[in-house]
Write a new protein. Structure first.
Length: 332
């Protein structure tokens, strides 16, 4: 018979309430629980649970455990998920762009600091084979109203140093699987931070190429562009669906939120998700032009990414056939 530590817990606690046994129970429970979780291998941005640092964990059941940030950020993100998951005015076809919320759970923190409340979310990468992923932070302005002056200063500086102000979005991180399953290109954060608009355009091409490489002299082949970006279910179609909602929704304003784009091996399973809601504020009946402007810009960049240098390749032809007339939006 297999030994199950959790079934043994009940026996121990009923036999004795001694301080020794309680410590033993806690030790067994903690050890068994930690074995159930692992560090996300496909995380491309944000705090990571490596090197004794606090970060998210995942399990084998398709759930993602994000440590609840201290102070207002943690309470804001929890409040958003609670509000969004229970808001009946959110269309079902829009909900699919957000991770499913399963509540909160106290787990041992990955940095060894002890019990810590975690948001329990859908692991949106689970199920993808060798997923290529790109994290794109949205908005020309990444700080919410009423932020402390020192925080505004830090955010404003980063917005100016990156493409946020000029493009309305910036790439936060990415990794791209190439022809071989184990052949992964994941550049350093400082390299990404220095991207110009032209670099962003090039990386959007590399994201859908089988020969993605840091070698700037190697032209991306855009092998998966028609599958990933194009068609009625591709990334462009999904972004346009999101845009249509942002053109009318006045419930929330999404500061410093990211669009996560991903696709599996060979360009399969192209998907768009929104993540990171620690700075969401009440919409107050006003269109979120900051996010919408970045979304319009991202759609335009992706639409033109492979056409600028390869006008005869028509690798986005399917997507252009599904283009919405509202693409020429004015996001002021």
């Amino acid at each position: 018979m297999d030994y199950n530590p959790l079934s043994r817990l009940a026996h121990l606690t009923t036999q004795s309430s001694s301080r020794f046994n309680l410590r033993l129970v806690d030790a067994i429970k903690s050890s068994y629980t930690l074995d159930m979780f692992k560090v996300p291998v496909h995380q491309v941005a944000g705090h990571q649970a490596i090197g004794g640092k606090l970060g998210p964990l995942v399990d084998d059941d398709g759930r993602f455990y994000k440590p609840l940030q201290s102070g207002e950020r943690g309470s804001t993100e929890k409040a958003f998920y609670t509000s969004f998951s229970s808001n009946t005015s959110i269309p079902e076809d829009i909900r699919r762009f957000f991770p499913v919320f399963h509540g909160t759970q106290v787990l041992e923190a990955s940095d060894g600091s002890g019990p810590c409340p975690h948001l329990v979310l859908q692991d949106i990468v689970s199920g993808h084979l060798s997923p290529s992923i790109m994290d794109i932070k949205m908005g020309a302005n990444t700080w919410p109203p009423q932020s402390p002056e020192d925080y505004i200063t830090r955010c404003s500086e980063k917005d100016r140093e990156t493409t946020s102000i000029n493009l309305g979005f910036r790439i936060e991180g990415f990794h791209i699987y190439r022809s071989e399953e184990s052949d992964l290109w994941k550049p350093e954060k400082q390299f990404i931070k220095s991207f110009s608009a032209q670099d962003v355009r090039l990386v959007l091409k590399k994201f859908v190429s089988s020969n993605a490489s840091p070698d700037l002299d190697l032209n991306p082949d855009c092998a998966f562009a028609s599958i990933v970006y194009g068609g009625s279910t591709g990334i462009l179609a999904q972004l346009r669906e999101l845009k249509a909602w942002f053109e009318v929704q006045t419930i929330y304003r999404f500061y410093s939120c990211s669009v996560l784009m991903m696709h599996g091996k060979g360009g399969s399973g192209a998907a768009v998700k929104l993540v990171d809601f620690a700075h969401v504020v009440d919409g107050e009946g006003v269109i979120d032009h900051n996010f919408l402007g970045g979304l319009c810009s991202l759609i335009e960049f992706i639409s033109k990414a492979t056409q600028d240098e390869y006008p005869n390749k028509t690798c986005l032809k399917d997507s252009e056939n599904n283009r919405s007339s509202s693409d020429n939006c004015t996001c002021e």
